[in-house]
Ligand binder design. Sequence first.
Ligand code: EPU
Length: 335
Amino acid sequence: MLNFQNDISLRQYNTFGIDAKAKSFINVKDSNDLVEILSQNSDQEILVLGGGSNLLLTKDYPGLIISIQTKGIEIIKEDKKEVIVKVQAGENWHEFVLWCLEHNLAGIENLALIPGSVGAAPLQNIGAYGVELKDVFHDCEALSIATKKLEIFNLNACDFGYRSSVFKTTLKGKYIINSVSFKLKKEPHWVNTSYRGLEEHLQGKEKTIQNVARAVIEIRSSKLPDPKIIGNSGSFFKNPIIPIDDFKKLELKHPDVPNYPDKKGWIKIPAAWLIDTLGYKGYRNNDAGVHQNQALVLVNYGNAKGSEIKALAEKIKTAVQTQFSIDLEFEVNIV
Ligand code: EPU
């Protein structure tokens, strides 16, 4: 029996803790139920929720919200060096990282503590501390909402970019990810400590995947607010990538601007630095604010409305445009 709920609060289903309502809502524990759910609701607008950790709800949702709660982690292929692990979409991302550490499988230790679900991870090609999902991605199984058929997307088909994939661009809203398969390494491991700060954190310690994960957890916990305590969605903005000529002009005015070379002729600038330089770090208007330790993260101190967070984001975007002539893009999905 499918258990649809009506007019329920979504507060516990989004890490911003926004108290918007869904007209209709269903928890899915078995992906075989999805075809029937879609058939029964073909006239409704549909929104699929993973961990709700990259989402800003600015109004009550007028359609059906499908919350994916499917579980299961399985090694489906293995040789002396590698394993392919298939993970159901509803598994919690960080719990899957811990599973890999317990099984001594390398690849996603730098992605420890990222909030959200495994099924949501490919959507924006999650990344942190020098590693992105695409580096360990094998393929994913996704259900087409139009045909109700399962399709396999390999690395190429996903068209991963910086915090982007085909599921966020051309195929947005058209598929439900059922499971993701990862290619992970057995010992001997190679660990990626290229990201500034990570190497220092590991001084004097053995470079094991467990120690890398521990260092990442420490760094993240010191900078990023815990959504269980203060509502947030991690980085609200993407780091802009600008042409080198624009960067040179910016550097003349601001010799201290941090910068990282990107694709040829382009430079990535930390959005946090732009926002911080404009004095917004720690800014607060009612319950909507900018986190005091990391200017890239917008926070809900309690009862902010999604529209108030969005207004703050727009205000920052306009200020950055006016002051630096740089267009900030939202990383978070605004609904
Ligand atoms: N900075 C400031 N003010 C601040 C914070 C940072 O000026 O308040 C400057 C510093 O110069 C710092 C630089 O910005 O060196 C970069 O900051 P940080 O290393 O904290 O990383 P980030 O570029 O702000 C990105 C990701 C994070 C990821 C970290 C670590 C994006 C949009 N964000 O942040 O991802 O955890 O790198 O790899 O790419 C997320 O996507 O939700 C997320 C948290």
